[in-house]
Design a protein around this ligand. Structure first.
Ligand code: TGC
Ligand code: FAD
Length: 393
């Protein structure tokens, strides 16, 4: 029988994925991994339990260059797409809430300003946001317009040099902590984006409580009652739903990598637990049923990483299409949830406590499968791409 010492396979890197990365990419990955191990893992179970994400995390991530890391200039790190993916991957090994904070800050709020904003808006917000001194959120979803954001009711009416915004947004990550909300609203000329600043009269952001998922993440409603916003706060280059959807591509790309991090955390816990846990006088890992579970996890994780890396290389070559991202988000998020559920079963009763990371990841992944386009939405994007028939409506 093979023993640990004579195995040719590394159970934590089954296919030798590391060799596919450049030295720089590996160095960034290792640095984030260390931060997560030393600063996040000892705390995050408590944050989840208490339903908090300390603001200090943003400042720390800002110092480390994680915020808007894939953007160039304005104090951003300017790393390649693969390195940005690896940052997301390692953070989500810690908790989906951390990756979510970084996704919303960098891929949604900062990217919206970077891609669709004026030079003044970029100069004003991006350096502060990259440093973690200012927090951003991204308000697209409404209570009655989630998968179909084109049906949004929040409306901005032109009034001289200003706009008057009325309506509300739902499920907004970082909502109440944000200094600036990127808000998408219908206008007489189609959908437009606005920078609504904390404290603007008529703007409130009540938190959503009683969540069973993404608890180490702030989720809020955004409410606008005759909020007067100067035209200088409108993102001048965004003139349709293409504006917000382009930002979603960025965040979804990060999720393709991130969810495999959550899956890896669950697999590692399940593997070590099954090796130590004695049932019917033998380690749990020695039973065929357990080995099948572990083998399926290894398969999901490794193919998820290969998908993420391939999409990253396409993105770095400027050849990544939204339909590619949909395939990756759909497959990797579902795969990660399956890994988490299977890992939870290996932990038995211990699988339901926050003493272990597994149920925290499992519950988080229910949100991740839902946000940034549900599994069904991405299935329909892929279905439309292969048949040429759009089946949303
Ligand atoms: P459709 O008519 O197809 O398109 C409208 C305009 O948008 C363009 N477009 C895209 N552009 C860039 N990227 C994409 N992925 C795009 N998809 C479409 C399209 O070319 C068109 O442009 P133009 O210039 O002709 O106007 O739009 P539709 O109304 O049929 O909707 C399509 C659909 C269903 C795929 C889309 O609406 C969708 O993706 N729905 C899901 C909504 C969603 O993902 N919401 C996420 C909210 S943010 C969030 O969840 C953050 S979670 C926190 C975290 O990330 O951690
Ligand atoms: P619905 O659109 O009502 O969907 C309900 C069900 O119907 C789903 O299973 C869906 O797949 C299915 N469905 C929809 N259309 C079809 C169809 N054509 N055919 C078949 N089935 C269909 N949004 C933001 O804008 N910013 C954020 O920061 C943000 N953060 C979030 C954080 C959390 C923790 C969560 C849970 C959500 C967040 N969201 C955010 C919202 C998220 O993007 C939406 O929840 C998501 O897009 C789904 O919308 P919905 O909840 O309205 O579900």
């Amino acid at each position: 029988m093979s023993t640990t010492s004579d195995r040719a396979i590394d159970p934590l890197d089954y296919i030798g994925f590391d060799a596919l990365l450049s030295d720089d990419e590996r160095a960034i990955r290792d640095a984030v991994r260390e931060v997560v191990r030393e600063q996040i893992l000892p705390e995050v179970g408590d944050w989840f339990d208490k339903g908090i994400l300390p603001r200090e995390v943003f400042r720390e991530f800002g110092k480390l260059g994680f915020l808007g890391a894939h953007l160039e200039g304005y104090g951003c790190s300017g790393v390649n797409a693969v390195a940005y993916g690896l940052i997301n991957h390692e953070l989500e090994y810690g908790d989906s809430g951390l990756r979510s904070a970084v996704s919303v800050q960098g891929s949604l709020a900062m990217y919206a300003i970077y891609r669709w904003g004026s030079e003044e808006q970029k100069q004003s917000w991006l350096p502060r946001m990259a440093a973690g001194d200012a927090i951003g959120c991204f308000g697209l979803t409404e209570a009655d317009a989630g998968s179909d954001p084109g049906s949004m009711r929040t409306f901005a009416k032109r009034d001289g040099d200003d706009w008057i915004i009325n309506g509300s947004k739902m499920w907004i990550t970082n909502g109440s902590t944000a200094d600036v909300a990127v808000v998408w609203a219908a206008t007489d000329d189609g959908i437009r984006g606005f920078l609504v600043e904390k404290g603007m009269p008529g703007f409130t952001a009540p938190d959503i409580h009683k969540k069973m998922s993404l608890r180490a993440s702030v989720t809020s409603e955004l409410v606008f009652q005759d909020v007067r916003v100067p035209d200088a706060n409108r993102l001048p280059e965004a003139t349709s739903l293409r504006g917000p959807l382009s930002c979603l591509n960025e965040a979804r790309y990060g999720i393709v990598w991130g969810v495999v991090g959550a899956a890896r955390a669950c697999y590692e816990e399940a593997l070590s637990y099954s090796q130590e846990r004695i049932v019917f006088a033998k380690p749990l890992s020695s039973y065929q049923l357990t080995q099948q579970k572990l083998a399926e996890m290894v398969l999901e994780i490794n193919r998820g990483m290969l998908m993420a890396l391939h999409l990253g290389r396409l993105k770095d070559a400027d050849a990544l299409r939204p339909e590619h991202v949909s395939l990756g988000k759909m497959g990797n998020a579902r795969g990660a949830l399956e890994v988490a559920r299977s890992a939870r079963s290996i932990l038995g009763g211990n699988g339901i406590t926050l003493e272990y990371p597994v149920i925290r990841h499992m519950n988080n992944l229910e949100s991740v499968v839902t946000y940034e386009g549900t599994h069904e939405v991405h299935t329909l994007v892929v279905g439309g791409a292969v048949t040429g028939i759009q089946a949303f409506r």
